[in-house]
Design a protein around this ligand. Structure first.
Ligand SMILES: Nc1ncnc2c1ncn2[C@@H]1O[C@H](COP(=O)(O)OP(=O)(O)OP(=O)(O)O)[C@@H](O)[C@H]1O
Length: 612
């Protein structure tokens, strides 16, 4: 089982477009870079801002797949990726998070308590086990991210800018911790912007990237001799890390080209020249670096990777390769079954919902106030045969409430969760399907409870007939409309960030609202094309369903306090708005199909984002 990370001729291209109307063009971010990160070593990917450090880390770790070409050689199942921002489940303590990590990542019934205490003590977090993740300091949060992955004991760590936002002392402590992890036989690779001299000296291996090309690879002590080799002299007492970044940040492309050619774009490595007598006495793991004293006897030599060795070996038959691919496809990358993943996630989401008391109270108050507001507008109007348009407005008001309440919440709240889920799915905590199922089902109990409160108040205040069957149908319709609206919101929240989503959400819902109120006063003249368009609006479907529940099912004649009430017979109203030719079952069927459709789109959108 390989523990090293090797890559060859990695190219990463993105499509960039200046504006929506301009043609997209390809931009090459990584220009055929190669390199190797060995186990037992702490490696840093360095470079000026925008050089391609994160792109390289994402490409070799597999965190980004689309647009990446080249050969990568690493054991992905034994690796983990720690993002720059430490996304953790809020409202859960360190200990609870560790328990969840164990339940999802540790095979079989192990003694979680022992594992948790071991890992937390190792990372100096044991004293913070009862604190919630959002109350931890920056350094502690970073250590928690590592602790959560450590329960599965991965042999490769990829960390994106782990020291960003930390002060010098905390950053040095973190880097020392990564070094300890590496010394235990792991490959630890992190991107770092511009380390201080003391932090720079802690790394075993440095990989410098500039404008998408590799300009240095090797020991930090070889930086100064290497630059001197290409006639760039680092001033005495200057931090070599600062100096090489400044050199790479210069305007001139020639310097970068010279350095990159000398390093064969990562196919070569700067290392200490070892005489045969010295080789025998040197261990593979280097001693604790005490200073950045430059090497005197360094050499640039080709990196010998197992990929190169493999190329020299006789080829394995394509049939054997195909068989390996097929068995890999059927082998689940997760430690526990899909059902266990679902159950752990369901309980986690339920706990989160129950602990978020403020949100629960806000939702409850919102439902009660809106119900009283709508109820008072149509107070005891439901039985007045002279107020046909008020009846329709009541049905519209109820549906609009469900739509707006359910659409906007996921649009604003969900994009934040997407990043956390992407990281956890990538690190093989769980699959997307169990997560999605848990997400859908865990919200249901609270949604049903709030909907029942709302419909009870509205139904009673409006003075609708005291028939349990009619009230139950009224509540079911409300629930299906709210599930459909939530699916629509989730689809937007999963596809766009908060800023774009909060603009796109209301924009896309507006035509649905228009179609929902279109033509109730001239229903017989609605053209066929509009009929089809109206079908596309789930709000229209909801309004029609509510009208059918309110006025269908043998509703008694309404009261009439005037000389003549044309609409006191509910059948006349249903006929006037051309709703008498449809059934509640049909309308609900379409609403359920739309709910499933939006939720499928949400799932596919998440899939595309996670696996691209
Ligand atoms: N998806 C993308 N679309 C367009 N440009 C991109 C994309 N991803 C990366 N880039 C560009 O590629 C370059 C390298 O990006 P990357 O994030 O890898 O740089 P970096 O070295 O990590 O920078 P920093 O230290 O500032 O985070 C930048 O100019 C960035 O704008």
């Amino acid at each position: 089982m390989t523990k090293d990370v090797e890559f060859q001729d990695v190219v990463y291209t993105v499509n960039v477009r200046k504006s929506i109307i301009s043609e997209s063009r390809k931009q090459t971010i990584l220009k055929g870079v190669s390199g190797v990160f060995r186990h037992g070593q702490l490696s840093a990917i360095m470079g000026p801002s925008g050089a391609g450090k994160s792109s390289l880390l994402n490409a070799i770790s597999g965190y980004r797949k689309s647009g990446v070409e080249g050969t990568m050689h690493l054991n992905r199942k034994a690796s983990c990726y720690i993002t720059q921002e430490d996304h953790h489940q809020p409202l859960l303590s360190v200990e609870e998070l560790m328990h969840i990590a164990c339940q999802l990542k540790v095979k079989g019934k192990a003694n979680y308590e022992e594992t948790i205490t071991d890992v937390l003590s190792n990372l100096n977090l044991n004293h913070r086990r009862n604190v919630t993740a959002d109350r931890l300091s920056g350094g502690e949060r970073k250590r928690l991210s590592i602790a959560l992955e450590m329960v599965a004991n991965p042999s490769i760590f990829f960390l994106d800018e782990p020291t960003s936002g930390l002060d010098e002392v905390t950053a040095a402590t973190c880097v020392r911790l990564f070094r300890d992890l590496a010394k235990q036989g792991r490959t630890v690779v992190c991107t770092i912007h511009q380390p201080s001299a003391s932090i720079f000296a802690l790394f075993d291996h440095i990989y410098v990237i500039a404008r998408g090309s590799c300009v240095f690879q090797g020991s930090p002590k070889a930086v100064v001799p290497f630059l001197s080799h290409v006639h760039i002299e680092c001033p005495r007492h200057y931090n070599p890390a600062d100096f090489i970044i400044e050199v790479c940040d210069s305007e001139s492309n020639d310097v970068i080209q010279t350095l990159s050619e000398a390093m064969q774009n990562g196919k070569a490595i700067c290392t200490k020249l070892q005489l045969p007598s010295a080789i025998a006495s040197t261990s593979t793991l280097e001693e604790e670096p005490s200073s950045l004293e430059p090497m005197t006897d360094f050499v640039i030599k080709p990196t010998v990777t197992s990929m190169i060795l493999e190329q020299q070996r006789p080829k394995v038959s394509t049939l054997v390769q195909k068989m390996k691919q097929i068995t890999r496809f059927f082998h689940s990358p997760h430690a526990v079954s899909g059902f266990v993943q679902f159950w752990v996630l369901f309980r986690l989401m339920w706990t989160k919902t129950m602990r978020n008391r403020t949100v629960l109270w806000i939702q409850l108050v919102h439902h009660i106030i809106c119900a009283i507001f709508i109820g008072l507008i149509f107070l005891n109007a439901a039985n007045d045969g002279a107020r046909m348009f008020d009846h329709l407005k009541f049905c519209l008001g109820v549906c609009f409430f469900f739509c707006y309440t359910q659409v906007m919440v996921p649009i604003l709240a969900y994009p934040r969760e997407v990043k956390l889920v992407k990281k956890e799915c990538f690190n093989r905590w769980y699959g997307l399907f169990p997560y999605y199922l848990a997400l859908t089902l865990s919200r249901l109990p609270v949604q049903i409870f709030l909907n029942v409160i709302f419909t009870m108040l509205v139904y009673w205040l409006a003075g609708l007939p005291a028939e349990f069957f009619r009230y139950a149908l009224f509540t079911v319709v409300g629930l299906i409309v709210s599930l459909c609206a939530e699916g629509f919101g989730l689809m937007i929240g999963a596809t766009f960030n908060v800023m774009n989503g909060s603009a796109i959400g209301p924009l896309t819902i507006a035509p649905f609202l228009g179609l929902a109120i279109y033509g109730f006063d001239f229903a017989p003249q609605i053209p066929a094309i509009m009929q089809w368009l109206m079908r596309a609006s789930f709000i229209r479907g909801g309004v029609v369903s509510v009208v059918l529940v309110v006025f269908g099912y043998n509703r008694q004649r309404l009261d009439c306090n005037e000389m003549y009430c044309h609409f006191d017979d509910p059948k006349v109203l249903l006929h006037y708005v051309r709703i008498d030719n449809t059934t509640l079952q049909f309308e609900l069927g379409i609403l359920i199909a739309m709910t499933l459709f939006y939720r499928l789109l949400c799932y596919l959108s998440l899939r595309r984002r996670f696996y691209k």
